[in-house]
Design a protein around this ligand. Structure first.
Ligand SMILES: Nc1ncnc2c1ncn2[C@@H]1O[C@H](COP(=O)(O)OP(=O)(O)O)[C@@H](O)[C@H]1O
Ligand SMILES: [Mg+2]
Length: 345
């Protein structure tokens, strides 16, 4: 099978901890062809969607360590048609480029894409969870999303809690996630102006969310494959930060899913599968869903490390990819045979 990873550049990979690299290595280990490109590398050539790819040369023996694999990999440049791949694994960071999705629309019936384009369109930012239809805050913390500064300030004032979380709709890695304390509101006007008006001349939505008590003890990252949990870890914030993201200084520990977390996965799993969100990472605090990461969920390497797992998460992900591709190839085959029967009649 041949897989194209649409992702951040190879040079931006952290060779010790990168989840995309773990998935790529697993593909290479199984003898699959792997190519990579960035979203900006998609190109129409003679009316066919292509990509300027970096193709990983086949290795006789794939090293077991991620870093050794990264260092040994030999990349060559090729322009390749996307419809010639069996699968596309999308692993780029937010924000999602809608034009890039239009390129992929042209191949979505030919190639199995993780996550589905429809799913990524729906869930590429934090509005996916904010608009979960959970008016009683059973699943997600009470949330407001708006560009209206006066409305947001009023919500902070009206809130019974003495602190709230403010974050941009499009961030990742903890960037821009701040704790607002009701007792210190002198900066809020300026902050909201900055959050709403910074950027390319367009205004931005801001999320205001109830602070979930216990967040200082960390959050839980759960990886879900085809709607089922396949790995989990606890992320504990550093001593001088309220955010648990590893990129914001959080550390990692083992975590067995609580009853509430298992129930949450059961509740949201079917929707994720229906939306074509086959491989996602959810962030959970106190049993409440804070975020569904669908574009480039990380955590595989950390989960493998803390569990010293025999079955590695990336093996399960690539097993799933292989089975989906097989299903699709069999469906193509069947259709070709049926068409032939009709043609020959
Ligand atoms: N409502 C909340 N209550 C408490 N802590 C939160 C809340 N929302 C976010 N955080 C903290 O900030 C981190 C990053 O927030 P998240 O919404 O997951 O955005 P990002 O996309 O940047 O990871 C979380 O992992 C958590 O530690
Ligand atoms: Mg997060």
């Amino acid at each position: 099978m041949n897989i194209c990873f649409i992702m951040y550049p190879w040079e931006a990979i952290d060779p010790e901890n990168d989840t995309s690299l773990a998935l790529i290595k697993e593909c290479a280990k199984r003898g699959h062809g792997v190519a990579m490109c960035t979203p900006a590398n998609l190109t129409i050539r003679d009316s066919v969607t292509n990509a300027f790819c970096k193709v990983i040369g086949r290795m006789d023996k794939v090293p077991s360590s991620l870093k050794a694999f990264y260092n040994k990999a030999k990349l060559r440049d090729e322009m390749l048609p996307l419809a010639g791949f069996d699968a596309i694994f999308f692993r780029a960071n937010p924000p999602l480029d809608p034009i890039m999705l239009n390129f992929l629309d042209s191949v979505k019936d030919d190639v199995f894409i993780v996550n589905s384009l429809q799913g990524m369109r729906e869930a590429n930012n934090k509005l996916y969870t904010a608009a979960f239809g959970d008016a009683h805050s059973n699943i997600i913390p009470n949330t407001h999303v708006s560009k209206n500064k006066d409305y947001l300030i009023q919500q902070i004032k009206d809130s019974k809690a003495d602190k709230m979380i403010l974050k941009p709709l499009n961030g990742f890695g903890g960037s821009g996630v701040i704790l607002i304390e009701k007792s210190a509101m002198s900066n809020i006007n300026s902050l909201l102006d900055f959050y709403i008006n910074s950027g390319d001349g367009n205004t931005n939505y801001v999320i205001l969310q109830d602070y979930i008590e216990g967040a200082d003890q960390g959050d839980v990252r759960i990886l879900l494959l085809n709607g089922e949990p396949v790995g989990a870890m606890r992320r504990i914030p550093g001593s001088d930060d309220h955010r648990s993201n590893v990129s914001a200084g959080g550390s990692i520990a083992k975590h067995s899913l609580s009853k509430a977390e298992k129930a949450l996965c059961k509740q949201i799993g079917p929707k994720l599968v229906k939306d074509g969100l086959y491989f996602v990472g959810i962030d959970v605090i106190g049993g409440k869903l804070v975020e569904v990461n669908v574009m480039s969920p990380g955590g595989i390497t950390y989960i493998n490390k803390v569990y010293k797992s025999k079955v590695k998460v990336e093996e399960r992900v690539i097993d799933f990819l292989e089975s989906k591709v097989l299903d699709q190839l069999q469906a193509f085959d069947r259709r070709a045979r049926l068409r032939k029967t009709v043609e020959d009649a």
